[in-house]
Design a protein around this ligand. Structure first.
Ligand SMILES: [Ca+2]
Ligand SMILES: [Ca+2]
Length: 450
């Protein structure tokens, strides 16, 4: 076709040029203002890309994947040039990466599209990334300012202590859910990144927790909202938490100099209190009522934490006591008390008195008179009406020889005692009728034994 000595004319359009000395060429096309950390080898990244030949023919695009391309950098998962070209990128940065063929797919090309030896251009936009290497810290790479990935949840949790420990119950609140979500940390109830990220949180702390996918929902993602290999960002407001092994915390605010008697289990007490949530929201107060609150310590009337808090107190002593929910109203809460609430009580002990044994309305502190009936029949007419009985009992109390049941109206108690002794209900106690409770109990036991 070509005769000798012919001059050749080529009409050339250069489509590609490369040299073995070529290196990966990168050019930043846009970069966010802030860049806390750049991609480094062994990072996991998610990025968008368009891959073209040098003439602009697109051969691949993450957009055809309907998602990001997710992979590790510098670990041999990518073509060499890509491993190299991604290093140093900021999140949100767009970069043009030109990769010579020997650092790309080589002379064989790749797939049906690129059958020639050609250079590749990748237009990369990093979506997010993280590194799971402990040496690099657990921190995610961070998120670009203008990420399309919105926080998937807001958590609110409460704490009263310096930091939760494994097994603590956290109160998590999705703002969109508008109620608290209670869970344990460090026990596998929540994604492990959250388990880790919540450690050491303080009361009132607001914390952003960024969780890489291997500590969240992995490559699969979950539901419609969390795509595969997603890095999650949580804005957490720490409100309160507690641990089932926690007990109450007592701060003594004021204590009288002399204290002859401190409260103990079984005592009848009167106390004033304010009860608030940890954030100061007032729930209840005895100051809203006519008089102080009363209780028998060790009974079932008050919550366990308050019962403990009121023991060992002197009259006039003031305390602030923090009660975790398992010693309060529990995970369910109670009327006016939210579930899993940590309660703060301001307490003042007003009165303490040893209570009587169960079933007793009056006990002798001194020895009872040898002939009780004669002693009680003050006018010696052989019978004891209520007035006489009442005068006798009140005299014993005044002279500190005996005590009536505390916390009840004395006249009512005396009337009840009289009613018990006036067995035929004729308004008088006779010698036959009068029996001490101890004798009665002894008789009862005898009957049972018979
Ligand atoms: Ca009499
Ligand atoms: Ca009688």
């Amino acid at each position: 076709v070509i005769p000798p000595d012919a001059t050749l004319v080529f009409d050339v359009m250069l489509v590609d040029v490369w040299n073995q000395d070529d290196r990966v060429r990168t050019r930043s096309m846009s970069k966010p203002d802030r860049c806390n950390r750049t991609v480094q080898s062994s990072d996991f990244v998610r990025y968008h890309y368009n891959g073209t030949l040098l003439d602009g023919t697109q051969f691949d695009s993450s957009h055809s994947l309907k998602g990001t391309y997710n992979t590790y950098v510098g670990m041999g998962w990518l073509i060499k040039g890509m491993d190299e070209g991604l290093v140093g990128m900021c999140l949100g940065e767009r970069r043009s990466i030109i990769i010579p063929p020997f650092l790309a797919y080589g002379e064989k090309g790749h797939g049906r599209v690129c059958v020639c030896v050609c250079a590749h251009g990748f237009y990369i936009s990093i979506a997010d990334g993280y590194n799971s290497s402990p040496a690099l810290g657990r921190d995610a790479v961070g998120l670009p300012a203008h990420t399309s990935y919105q926080p998937v949840g807001f958590l609110g949790l409460k704490t009263i202590y310096a930091g939760p420990k494994v097994g603590s119950v956290l109160i998590l609140s999705g703002y969109s859910r508008n109620h608290t979500y209670d869970t344990y940390i460090g026990m596998g109830y929540i994604i492990s990144g959250m388990d880790q990220g919540l450690q050491g949180a303080c009361m009132g702390e607001r914390r952003r927790i960024i969780i890489p996918p291997h500590l969240a929902y992995g490559e699969q993602g979950v539901g419609d909202n969390i795509p595969g290999s997603a890095v999650l960002m949580f804005d957490v407001h720490v409100i309160d938490f507690h641990n089932p092994s926690d007990t109450i915390e007592i701060l003594t605010v004021a204590k009288p100099e002399s204290c002859n008697q401190s409260s103990k289990s079984g005592d009848y007490i009167q106390y004033r209190y304010n009860c608030s949530l940890i954030d100061g929201f007032r729930l209840f107060s005895s100051y809203d009522q006519d008089g102080p609150q009363e209780a028998i310590l060790g009974g079932q009337k008050v919550i366990d934490g308050l019962d403990l808090a009121l023991q060992g107190m002197c009259v006039g002593e003031k305390r602030v006591v923090v009660v975790p929910p398992h010693l309060g109203h529990g995970e369910k809460g109670a009327r006016g008390v939210p579930g899993s609430a940590v309660l703060v009580f301001e307490l003042e002990l007003v009165h303490v008195e040893e209570s009587l044994p169960e079933g007793y309305m009056f006990v002798w502190d001194a020895d009872a008179p040898a002939n009780l009936y004669e002693a009680m029949d003050l006018n010696k007419d052989g019978e004891i009406p209520l007035e006489e009985f009442s005068t006798f009992i009140k005299t014993q109390v005044t002279e500190k020889k005996g005590r009536l049941m505390p916390g009840a109206d004395p006249d009512k108690t005396i009337s009840d005692m009289f009613g018990n002794q006036d067995r035929n209900k004729d308004g008088k106690i006779t010698a036959d009728e009068l029996k001490l409770k101890t004798d009665e109990d002894a008789e009862k036991i005898q009957h049972e034994e018979l």
